[in-house]
Write a protein that binds this ligand. Structure first.
Ligand code: NAD
Length: 495
């Protein structure tokens, strides 16, 4: 059922991983890092590592634009108007952006065209609508004084993103920061450097003063680190792995105690209670929960905890749904199982599975690459059982299509299993009992708890973020905007 209108030839695109500074694309930087297409491993370009010099130029441009453009001091409705035009431009170029994203990342064209670009435009619009709702407060004082708490932007915000949803990640990091009046320097992942520049270009086309949204390309250890350590950066917003988040905390602490928002990894449970009568919607949620984007989702529901009496039936339903997925290139509309981002990631997952099996786990299904493919890192939906708590398969994210199944007899035991000792990003609960649906989320340690659903729901107002090793701070919703504002206390004495 190939749809020739939606499927496309990725070789017709020639993306360039330039930097984007002061409203212009800019080449330059160190070395030439090859960028590969996840779907077939073909090298599609090279990027030059910005390093300290170009990072300094981008931060300087952002600092100057913040000081001189009048963006932060403009009427909120004027800022909102620019953001609305930006959203409209993104929407008007849906097909172009969807193709660019799909040709250069793990996101299939049916998803980028049908969801990601629309959600990117929707998120920009959500923050455009929030600009004139930013409020401070007035604190009670004696008659001879007034005390106001006034929200204001930080100045230059550094944003660093992961590769799994390059477009959405770039928008979630830039739109609220700009809505709050800041200037942004964004470093996308070196694996997916392309859509962020296009998004920044469209913001400038929409009327955003040049220099307020800059993009630097490069590696984490050099360009990312230079950005974190830059003395003129006032706030850092990071999405990526827990290990990198910890390094960024150390660098930020060593160079100015910069405030952070950290959106890190997860090992999210999907807990199925014995009272569930119909397993078919549960199976669909569980399958989507670990297979969307081939499991390369921070909130992937990678641990299924199911009552022993229903485990066999649920697992076989999930297996059937997994088997119905079609692994294939991101530019074909029938693809429903994404490639892994890189050969390196496929090798990492293979190593993790081998080590977890050596520690006593058994492979229920999958466990290998999709056969018959010699290019592109496609991995079979994989189900593991008996994963020991001491094994790497329990302690670390696979970040691939791997589900570990655990069974229980006792509900308290199940809740204890759901709460991971390290990660606490999201958790799902499936139950038909309204009282349990209200009571058990209070006992689940996670930044988000879904009941009878898994994954973000439509809309932009729900904050997302983690506890413990999954990070702190929130993205999206009102909290997402607040994360880019700091509060000044103004005391007036007039007695
Ligand atoms: P990563 O930590 O390897 O890299 C993320 C970004 O950090 C990249 O741009 C990278 O270049 C940069 N970086 C690396 N070292 C750096 C350093 N020392 N200083 C500054 N920047 C540095 O993560 P990844 O492999 O790109 O992404 C996968 C991870 O992201 C997973 O752990 C996933 O759970 C997490 N993630 C979390 C969320 C969330 O909202 N919680 C969303 C998406 C992805």
């Amino acid at each position: 059922m190939t749809d020739p209108v939606i499927s496309f030839d990725p070789n017709t695109l020639s993306p360039r991983a330039d930097h984007f500074i002061k409203g212009r694309r800019r080449e330059g930087g160190e070395g030439a890092v090859p960028v590969h297409r996840p779907s077939d491993g073909v090298e599609i370009g090279r990027l030059h590592d910005a390093g300290e010099t170009i990072v300094d130029e981008a931060v300087g441009a952002a600092r100057d634009a913040f000081r001189t453009s009048g963006w932060a001091s403009a009427h909120p409705l004027d800022r909102a108007a620019v953001l609305h035009r930006w959203a409209a431009l993104v929407e008007a170029r849906t097909e172009e952006i969807a193709r660019l994203e799909s040709a250069t990342s793990t996101r299939p064209i049916a998803d980028t065209l049908g969801r990601d670009v629309g959600r990117a435009a929707g998120a920009i619009r959500f923050f455009a609508e929030s600009v004139d709702k930013i409020e401070g407060s007035v604190i009670a004082t004696a008659a001879a004084a007034n005390c106001m708490v006034v929200p204001e932007p930080y100045g230059v915000v550094a944003s660093i993103t992961a590769w799994n949803f390059p477009l959405i990640n770039a928008v979630w990091k830039s739109a609220p920061a700009l809505a709050a009046g800041n200037a942004v320097v964004l470093k996308p992942s070196e694996l997916t450097p392309y859509t962020a520049i296009r998004i920044a270009e469209l913001a400038v086309e929409a009327g955003l003063p040049a220099g307020l949204f800059n993009v630097v390309q490069g590696l984490g250890a050099t360009t990312g680190s230079a950005l974190v350590r830059h003395p003129d950066v006032r706030k850092i917003s990071f999405t990526g792995s827990t290990g990198t988040g910890a390094r960024i905390m150390a660098d930020a602490a060593a160079t100015g105690t910069k405030p952070l928002t950290l959106e890190l990894g997860g090992k999210s449970p999907q807990l199925v209670l014995k009272d569930v009568r119909d397993l078919s919607p549960v199976a669909l949620n569980v399958a989507n929960g670990f297979l969307a984007n081939a499991g390369q989702v921070c909130t992937a529901g990678s641990r299924l905890i199911v009552h022993r009496s229903m485990a066999d039936e649920l697992v076989s339903r999930v297996q059937a749904l997994a088997a119905a997925r079609t692994a294939g290139p991101t530019w074909q509309v029938e693809t429903t199982l994404s490639p892994l981002v890189s050969e390196r990631q496929a090798e990492r997952i293979e190593r993790m599975i081998a080590a977890t099996v050596a520690d006593g786990a058994s492979i229920v299904s999958g466990g290998t690459r999709v056969s018959g493919r010699n290019a592109g890192a496609y991995f079979e939906p994989t189900i593991l059982a008996n994963v020991a708590e001491t094994s790497v398969g329990f302690r670390e994210e696979f970040f691939g299509p791997v589900l570990s199944v655990y069974t229980y007899e006792d509900e308290d035991e199940a809740i204890a299993m759901a709460n991971h000792p390290l990660y606490a990003l999201a958790a799902s609960l499936y139950t038909d009992d309204a009282r349990k649906a209200l009571a058990i989320p209070k006992r689940l340690e996670a930044g988000t708890v879904w009941v009878n659903a898994h994954g973000r729901q439509p809309g932009y107002a729900h904050p997302q973020g983690g506890f413990n090793h999954s990070g702190f701070g929130r993205e999206m919703g009102r909290a997402g905007l607040e994360g880019f504002l700091r509060h000044k206390t103004v005391w007036l004495s007039h007695g």
